[in-house]
Design a protein around this ligand. Sequence first.
Ligand code: HEC
Length: 116
Amino acid sequence: MAYGAYLAGPVAHCMECHTPRNGPHLDLSRLGVGGREFPDFDNPGALTVSRNITPDPETGIGQWSNADVKAAILLGIRPDGTKLTKTMPFAAYYNMTSDDLNAIVFYLRSLPTLKM
Ligand code: HEC
């Protein structure tokens, strides 16, 4: 769990993008709930919004299998087969080891459940 938190935090920056800000700081009471706006790298000029990666079954990844979460991280593919924009840096995660991936998924499952 600690290793997963380390990877999702300072190493791969998942929580940085997937947590709203409160002024200059991450709003840690909303850790992983998403909602931050970013430029959409697949659609110049458009914006995209980071998603809820807490275990909420409706707005988060609570109903996703471990394989579903891994496919989003490594390949940028949602369970319904649609593609994530490359603003979500799945290309950078492509060579992640399965141990590291398992640690991240385990950590995400441990987050407090929040509604987006
Ligand atoms: C640079 C910011 C950024 C980083 C870093 C980032 N993400 Fe994302 N992520 C996004 C954005 C933006 C989306 C939404 C993309 C879209 O809807 O096309 C997204 C989508 C997702 C999704 C799909 C959720 C859904 O409901 O469709 C998952 C799962 C996810 N990210 C997990 C992670 C994990 C785990 C990491 C770290 C290994 C991570 N992200 C790192 C920005 C980021």
